[in-house]
Structures are given as C-alpha cells and as structure tokens.
Write a protein that binds this ligand. Structure first.
Ligand code: EPZ
Length: 421
C-alpha cells in the first residue's frame, strides 16, 4: 500500500503554483456533453476524480483527448445515456451528469452515487428540481431510470438549501430547456460562476451567476468553446496552511485572492501575515500560531467546509482553545481520530469540535479518512516531531495534484513509498 513518510518540523519557504479547481473542472466536464462542437478545457488538474469524469464522457460516446492540463472533448456524435455503477461509484459528484445527459439524450440511466466519508450524500434536492423541469424519474433498486417527454421545460425552482451540486444539475438541465428557469436560493460558489461562464461561452443565456437568484433562458443548442478553469481555492487554503503550521513563508501563485476572502481573517487571527496581489498571495507565519475563537462553516461566501479539517490541523498546535461548528455536512470530523493519534486534544459533540492546542504533535502512522481530512494529516505531519506515515492516499489523489512533489519543492522532508519525490 502506498504511503507518504513525512519528517516534521521543517519550515517551508518558497513559491507554489496552484492548479485548476477540481470542483469547477468536474461540472464543466459534465457540461461539455451538451455542446454540439468540440470544447477545449485548459488548466484542468491531473486528478483521479477528473480521470473518472473523462471515463464517463468516453462511455457516453464522447471523443476525449488530453494533453497535460488541457482536455479536448467532442460530444457532437455522443448519444449515450447510461452511466454504469462502477463509474458512478468512482466519483461522488457523478450525479451532476444527470442533468446534462437527460437534457441531451432525452433519457438517463444512472445508479445512486456512492455515499462518501462525509456521511450520506442525499440527492433529494437534485431529483426534486429535475422533476420540476419535467424529468420523469423512476427510482428502483438503487437505479435512476429517467426519461424526458419531448423536451425539458423551464420553471421557477426554489432550493431549501443552496446546494452546489443541485444548482449545477439544474443549470445543466435548464440551459437547453424550453423557456425560462429561475433558481431561487442558488449556490453562490466561484465554481458555479465558472460553470456559468463556460456555458455562456457555449451560447447559453444565464443571468445572476454568483448571486442567490439565477435566471436561465433556454436555447436550442450549445456550440463549443475554449475555457480556462479557475484556480482551486481549497488547494490554495491547503498550502496557506502548510506555511502557517511550519512557521514558514509561502508565495502562492496563479490564484484568485477574492475566492479566499473568508479564509484570510482566519489565518490572520492565528498570527499569520497574509498579503494578496492580483493573482498571488503571500503567507508569513509566526513562531507559534494563536487559537481561532470560532470557525463556523457556511455556504459561500462564508468559511468553506472544505477548509475545516485543514484549519483544525493548525489549531491542534496553536496556543489556546479553538471551536469549530460544521454546519454543512453531518459527518465531517472523521479526521479527528487520526489527529488525536498524533497527540491532538480534540473533543467532538455533534457538529461542534473543541480543540485545545498542544505544544507539539508526535509523528505516527495515520490513515486518510477522506480528501480534506487526508490533507489535514499531511499538514499535521509537517509540524509533528519525528516521522508521520500516511496511508490510504487514494483519498488525497482525488483532489491534489503532485502534493508531495510540491511540498518537497519548498523544503518538506517527504518520501512517497520510501523514495524521494
Ligand atoms: C460540493 O459538494 C463539493 N463537491 C464539496 O467538496 C463541498 O464540500 C460542497 O459542495 C459544499 O461546498 C464538488 O463540487 C464535487 P452540496 P455537494 O450539495 O454538491 C446536503 C471536496 O472536498 N444535500 O452543497 O455534494 C448535503 O448532504 C468536496 O472537494 C442534501 O441534503 O455539496 C450536505 O449536507 C467535499 N440534498 C449539504 O447539502 C441534496 O440533494 C451541502 O451539499 C444535496 C445536498
């Protein structure tokens, strides 16, 4: 089994390039299925989740060519409508293909996406909204058998929660529906805006991207386009954390500072100095981090749930007590047990976690529990005394391209399967 071996207590210093955003690339890849011509997606990260999305597109009949971080998709001859369970289970967010497949092929046969380490991942909001647009969905034996009578029809849709995935599915179903769709209480994440920018470049007519209300005027067809995926704001947060927890200084390049505005005051509360320019951000860490009074995860533009585990790792070695309130997912503290194996002092009660900072963590063998929980263990290993061995790396490979190489490049002592990276 592959493992990362980190010798902790080395300050990181240098510059890090931030890759394209996983959570933007995935819905955009699904959206290329709707285009009648070839689409060129630039700055697409090399990740297992992206590879899974490409496998789904190929299964649906698309021609896909990849050249480094550029992926070309031609769906003009694609007529598929089935996604086998094996592919659905490879990636939780495969459900976002439903809207696009149904809109283009007039039917869709998928299985329920696997739950994941964050607890059950319901799709009730997705299905309710797509049914409002006219998609007939039969749920039988864990399968979703969907069909459209003639064409999807736009309508007003109110979301009880600003679900990112549900907003994406509605957008992909509505852009070629007949008439107008208005999404009330839509997700406002930057990845939604990026998806809308891609769809608009393909000829869609969308107003209000990034706001709580999005209006989509259905068009008959979408053409191709060239699009560059936005930088990954959670990868940005991860390497900000690497600078902070090692007492180092990192310059993050090719980023959008406005996408991490909710994170900057949190890092400043720990005593870090954060300076942002047009597409760069510099983090200088103090000798010892200070506690963070309260971290409450919220939909964008609030503090992102995907950064909760990352910031928790910092507070494990901060001076004082920090309180976390996870309002988005019901089970997003799986990393706590692993951090406690390293000597962290954390108490969890429901959605609240209380972290008493300790002077140092101790390296030991730990396992990634999920994508961001795994990243938190890497951060903890960078600060811990001794050596930390991290396994179950497939979780990390879903969302971080060349993480070990990147960290080694700025001074981390890190081996992958016992070899220099
Ligand atoms: C997206 O997941 C991201 N994934 C997640 O990032 C991110 O944590 C999440 O948005 C919140 O920002 C991708 O974009 C691929 P939601 P998604 O629908 O769309 C509940 C990572 O680490 N809900 O906004 O699944 C749901 O259970 C991943 O990169 C319903 O109840 O998030 C959760 O509690 C992890 N019914 C909450 O809403 C539904 O039909 C937020 O879910 C849909 C969601």
């Amino acid at each position: 089994m592959s493992k990362l071996v980190i010798e902790g207590e080395h300050r990181l210093n240098g510059a890090v390039h931030i890759h394209g955003a996983k959570n933007s690339a995935l819905p955009i890849l699904a959206a290329t299925f709707l285009a009648g011509e070839s689409c060129e997606i630039e700055n697409c990260p090399l990740l297992s989740d992206v590879h899974a999305a490409i496998k789904i597109l190929e299964h649906l009949g698309c021609r896909v060519e990849r050249d480094g971080h550029t992926v070309c998709i031609n769906a003009s001859q694609a007529q598929g409508y089935e996604v086998p369970d094996t592919l659905m289970r490879e990636m939780r967010s495969s459900i976002v293909f439903l809207g696009a497949i149904a809109a283009k092929s007039g039917k869709a046969h998928l299985t329920f996406p696997g739950g994941c380490e964050l607890g059950p991942r319901p799709i009730d909001l997705h299905l309710a909204a797509l049914r409002q647009l006219g998609l007939h969905i039969d749920e039988e034996g864990g399968r979703l058998l969907c069909r459209v009578h003639d064409r999807l029809v736009g309508c007003p849709i109110s979301l009880s929660f600003p679900s990112v995935g549900a907003t994406e599915n509605i957008l992909l179903a509505a852009v070629t529906a007949r008439g107008t769709t208005t999404i009330f209480n839509a997700a406002r994440e930057p990845e939604i805006v990026d998806l809308c920018n891609f769809l608009t470049a393909c000829g869609a007519r969308i107003r209000g991207a990034g706001e709580g209300t999005i209006v989509i005027e259905g068009v008959d067809r979408l053409h191709g386009c060239r699009h560059r995926v936005i930088p990954d704001r959670i990868e940005t947060a991860t390497y900000m954390g690497a600078a902070a927890i090692t007492g180092g200084s990192l310059l993050l390049k090719d980023i959008y500072p406005e996408h991490v505005q909710a994170l900057i005051p949190v890092f400043e509360e720990t005593g870090c100095q954060v300076t942002a320019w047009r597409d760069e951000l510099l983090v200088n860490a103090p000798g010892r981090l200070r506690r963070i009074r309260t971290v409450r995860t919220l939909p964008y533009p609030g503090f992102p749930t995907d950064a909760q585990a990352l910031i928790m790792a910092l507070t494990c070695v901060a001076e004082g007590t920090s309180v976390f309130i996870e309002t988005i997912f019901e089970s997003r503290y799986k990393h706590v047990c692993e951090l406690m194996r390293m000597g962290a002092n954390i108490k969890v009660e429901g959605r609240v976690a209380v972290v008493e900072g300790v002077s140092t963590l101790s390296g030991t063998a730990v396992e990634c529990t999920d994508l961001r929980g795994g990243a938190a263990l890497v951060l903890a290993g960078l600060a811990a005394g001794g050596t930390t061995e991290i396994t179950q790396l497939h979780h990390l490979e879903r969302g971080y391209e060349a993480m070990a190489q990147t960290l080694a490049g700025v001074g981390a002592h890190i081996l992958y399967d016992g070899a220099d990276v």
